[in-house]
Ligand binder design. Structure first.
Ligand code: ADP
Ligand code: MG
Length: 372
């Protein structure tokens, strides 16, 4: 049987570029090389795509490159092919069977790159265009979760222009509906960028102005009291499965950018020490959230458990979760009985399965119209 070529795309333009490198390295190290061939594509921070050679990088040396790479979005039998060019010369062509985008955040996890894969008709791992973009927008995501009867913290979402045209009234409305303390966030970022915890009335305008620097839309949420941060990994397409829950214990006031990337000290506990009934509820909510947000392949659903009441709130989904050796997504599957190589294998199979299903759908309406 010939091997399946997996185009692993990593790096990218977002602030999570470096995390993507770590995630890609552990995916490439853990892939079943008896079954899969890797075709690595690195996206520089500048946005330039380059075919990479990873052998010395995997031994902790540097990535090596020849030319630049590009893809053609046209749907033709030659696709999907990465064309490698140097100046105006074509150096080589590399056909891939399936793509594994290991890109966190903007231009990778938000549906943009997924749109190109759809045009090319190639299978790709993880959420579709819709699932990806919904998962990157905290206002749309919260509305869909709420509509499905899942518990989310009280929130208000608005445009930067609403804020600029009436700071006083909008500020008063936020304080009345949400109260203090609250979390002010840019609607479409990750990694805790653009987020402030607001404890007093006077801090609110500065926090909203700050979020407006990063995004044209802002969400303000009620602060869940001293929350336990619980995460559940989900795997599957239409009938997804949930892992056991894990817990993140940030050593700072909340799980901010510094706690995530700059300082050590955040505890990752897998499985979480939690009673069986709560664990089952969390797993059930995780699957419901995954489906409500139209996800496929993989997703890590994050929860906040309120201190005292133990009330559960769904916080968000990450459609391309961290994949480093110590990241929660693969770790939770590890303790739930799915090894890293088997997880990667399942994700690729799910991508191919979804493409086949989509290819089997009617796409010519002229005949259907005639029958009616
Ligand atoms: N409503 C909330 N109540 C309490 N803590 C919150 C709330 N919203 C966010 N946080 C804290 O901020 C962190 C980042 O928020 P999150 O919505 O997950 O953004 P990101 O997509 O950047 O990870 C959370 O992990 C949590 O520590
Ligand atoms: Mg988060």
């Amino acid at each position: 049987m010939s091997k399946i070529t997996v185009g692993v795309i990593f790096g990218g333009r977002s602030v999570e570029h470096e995390v993507s490198l770590l995630s890609a390295k552990s995916i490439i190290r853990n892939i079943d090389t008896g079954k899969y061939e890797i075709s690595p594509i690195f996206i520089e921070k500048s946005g330039m795509w380059r075919r990479a050679s990873v052998s010395s990088w995997l031994e902790d040396g540097g990535l090596e490159f020849s030319g630049d790479s590009f893809l053609s979005p046209s749907l033709n039998p030659l696709n999907p092919v990465f064309y490698e060019i140097s100046g105006r010369d074509l150096i080589s062509e590399h056909k891939v069977d399936v793509i594994f985008p290991v890109l966190h955040g903007t231009y990778g996890e938000d549906g943009t790159v997924q749109g190109m894969f759809e045009l090319m008709g190639i299978p790709y791992v993880g959420a579709s265009v819709l699932g990806s973009s919904v998962g990157m927008d905290k206002i749309v995501m919260k509305a869909l979760l709420k509509d499905s009867g899942l518990p989310v913290p009280e929130y208000v979402g608005f445009y930067k222009s609403d804020w600029e045209s009436g700071k006083k009234q909008l500020g008063a409305r936020i304080l009345k509906k949400i109260g203090l303390p609250c979390f002010v966030k840019s609607a479409n970022l990750g990694s805790s960028v653009g987020i402030t915890k607001v404890k007093s009335k006077d801090e609110l305008p500065g926090a909203v102005d700050y979020s407006c620097r990063f995004s044209g839309r802002v969400i303000v949420e009620r602060a869940v009291k001293k929350p336990r941060e619980i995460e559940v990994s989900v795997l599957g397409n239409d009938d997804p499965q949930a892992s056991c829950p894990g817990e993140v214990v940030p050593h700072r006031e909340f799980y901010d950018y510094t706690a995530k990337y700059l300082e050590e000290g955040t505890g990752l506990i897998a499985p979480a020490e939690i009673d069986r009934e709560t664990a089952e509820r969390l797993r059930d909510y995780a699957v419901r959230a995954f489906r409500a947000l139209v996800c496929s392949g993989m997703g890590r659903v994050d929860f906040l458990l309120e201190d005292g009441t133990n009330e559960i709130f769904v916080s968000e989904i990450n459609t391309i979760p961290g994949f480093t050796q110590i990241s929660m997504y693969p770790r939770l599957w590890g303790v739930s009985g799915v090894s890293f190589p088997e997880l990667v294998n399942r994700l690729i199979e799910l991508a191919i399965e979804r493409r086949r299903q989509a290819d089997g759908l009617e796409s010519d309406f002229s005949e259907i119209g005639r029958k009616d």
